[in-house]
Design a protein. Structure first.
Length: 535
């Protein structure tokens, strides 16, 4: 697809240069698709050439989960190519259906993710803003050139075919050329402001619910600044003569810390550091923290050009952008810092990586322990249960899959006992097991725990359930099921009235207490003493 209007192509770029560049991109993509180990059914890659040999690259994939992996690999390949000289944006995209062509309909139009305003805008304007280049103004000569463009875009004298025909022959793919100005839809505001105040602003969401947001969140939400691109970052780097790495984060475009961790003044080191700050084009969300460390970029005269904040070795924030950018190779950047004595960011990165691995292992363990019967519940059934805040159908599915009632209850207790570990500050999804156990009579729970096949995991689940605030008399009210399923955040238990749960036999209480006291978790021991001791 050539997204630049038909009458503009011959004015903005030499037809031979365009044909050669598109052919090189096609060759790189074909080579990549035959060698990548990651799954990809459909791949769409957009390339926008801008004045100054700048290039913006957008990658969309199905499955969407693999996009970042493919985007990093493809971006590195395509940025090695020589970008032709253009007088204005020249945009094309290639869609490759490797397995399932039907999934291509899920893709948004190329580069529409770069739009930030509420209104539709010409693609040229969006790309120029994102790339940090000035859009050429219309002149009499430009208008005259456009009137002659249909002849010019036919290519060289010895080749009278249109560019679309030339490309179709070179890359063996039909090429559609836009015949009018391409526009993309803007981003809709996430809420309406009810009352602007400090430190919190009252807002109303599309579903009618009210909420409160702080100043930094409001600033981000209403921003119409362009989204991140390497092209804009390159324009900034061209002016940099010194980089200071400062401890702490960044807010409102200013560094929050003053302690200098590293002062980079050598031209070769600056070039290498800027190379390691390479990003993926396009938005990568907006981290809720302020980052650490931050980089102050200075000119040759000592003026501060910008402050850039780093986030967890993955993201990069610049106040000239609406959203954060995803680093192309964040680990390489942190290793560069560590090699020059700034070791803290790399240590935090590895610590966070270990925590992610721990969380992933916990999720896999939790999924493996899920009681039989859940697989038969459809998405529509879950939606119905969420809307009605009623898990009785889910409990019924478990009892149907376990003809023996005791087996079904033990499966639920084993599931609850297979969580991450803590009883406070655990992943929100773990509360599902508790919500189901609340529907089971206490006598049935006690009877199931008298069975001979009770394991330490069953006891863990039982102790956690019987000492929780959801079970305790006068405890906190369970949050609605719909809210719990949508959150995925952390929930902190804070029982209002800790004490001995009613109707739990003394022998079972002592058994649960002994199980908990063998733990190294102080919070778990305190909760068990409160819930199961004789006093």
């Amino acid at each position: 697809m050539l997204l630049t209007p038909r009458q503009e192509i011959g004015v903005r770029i030499d037809s031979g240069a365009l044909t050669r560049f598109v052919t090189e991109v096609e060759r790189e993509l074909a080579g990549y698709c035959t060698s990548t180990p990651a799954p990809v059914d459909v791949l769409q890659v957009g390339c926008a050439m801008l004045p100054g040999h700048r290039l913006i690259i957008e990658v969309q994939t199905f499955p969407a989960e693999a996009r970042v992996f493919h985007a990093r690999q493809i971006t590195q390949r395509l940025r090695q190519l020589d970008v032709p000289v253009v007088a204005g944006p020249v945009v094309f995209a290639r869609r490759m259906c490797l397995r399932s062509a039907d999934q291509a309909q899920r893709f948004r139009p190329p580069f529409s993710a770069l739009a930030t305003g509420a209104e539709a805008a010409p693609l040229d304007r969006i790309l120029c803003e994102a790339g940090g280049v000035s859009q050429a103004r219309e002149t009499v000569w430009n208008r005259l050139s456009k009137s002659l463009a249909p002849g010019r875009m036919r290519g060289s004298a010895e080749d009278g075919r249109t560019i679309g025909a030339q490309l179709a022959e070179r890359i063996r793919v039909f090429v559609a050329v836009a015949n009018k100005a391409v526009t993309v839809a803007g981003a809709q505001p996430p809420f309406a402001i009810v009352k602007k105040d400090k430190p919190l602003t009252t807002v109303r969401y599309p579903n009618g619910a009210n909420g409160y947001i702080d100043e930094l969140t409001l600033e981000h939400a209403v921003s119409h600044a362009p989204h991140p691109t390497q092209a804009a970052l390159d324009g900034l780097f061209e002016k940099v003569a010194r980089i200071r790495v400062l401890e702490g984060g960044m807010a409102h475009g200013k560094a929050l810390g003053r302690s200098v961790l590293l002062d980079v003044m050598d031209a070769a080191d600056i070039k290498e550091l800027c190379g390691r700050l390479a990003i993926l084009d396009g938005p990568a969300g907006h981290c809720m923290c302020l980052g650490d460390p931050s980089l102050q970029l200075l000119s040759a005269t000592g003026d501060s050009l910008a402050v850039i904040g780093l986030h967890h070795g993955h993201g990069l924030r610049w106040s000239a952008w609406k959203d954060d950018a995803s680093l192309l190779d964040g680990l390489a950047l942190l290793e560069w810092f560590a090699g020059r004595g700034v070791e803290g960011p790399l240590a935090k990165y590895h610590e966070a990586q270990r925590e992610r691995e721990k969380q992933n292992a916990a999720q896999q363990r939790w999924a493996a322990a899920m009681p039989a019967g859940f697989n038969g519940i459809s998405a529509a059934d879950w939606q119905q249960m969420a809307e009605s805040n009623d898990l009785v159908p889910a409990l019924g599915a478990i009892f149907t899959a376990h003809p023996n009632r005791n087996d079904a209850i033990l499966a639920l207790l084993r599931w609850l006992g297979s969580g991450l570990g803590p009883w406070s500050g655990f992943p929100q999804y773990e509360q599902m097991a508790e919500r189901l156990l609340l529907l089971v009579p206490i006598d049935d729970l006690v009877k199931a725990l008298d069975a001979s096949q009770v394991s330490p995991t069953h006891l863990e689940g039982a102790a956690r359930f019987f000492s929780s605030s959801l079970f305790a008399a006068g405890g906190c009210k369970p949050i609605p099921l719909k809210t719990m399923m949508a959150m995925g955040a952390m929930h902190i238990y804070a029982p209002k009235h800790p004490g001995v749960p009613a109707d739990i036999p003394i022998a079972l209480r002592h058994r649960l207490l002994a199980h908990c006291l063998a733990s190294d978790d102080a919070d778990k021991k305190n909760r068990a003493r409160s819930a199961f001791s004789d006093r």
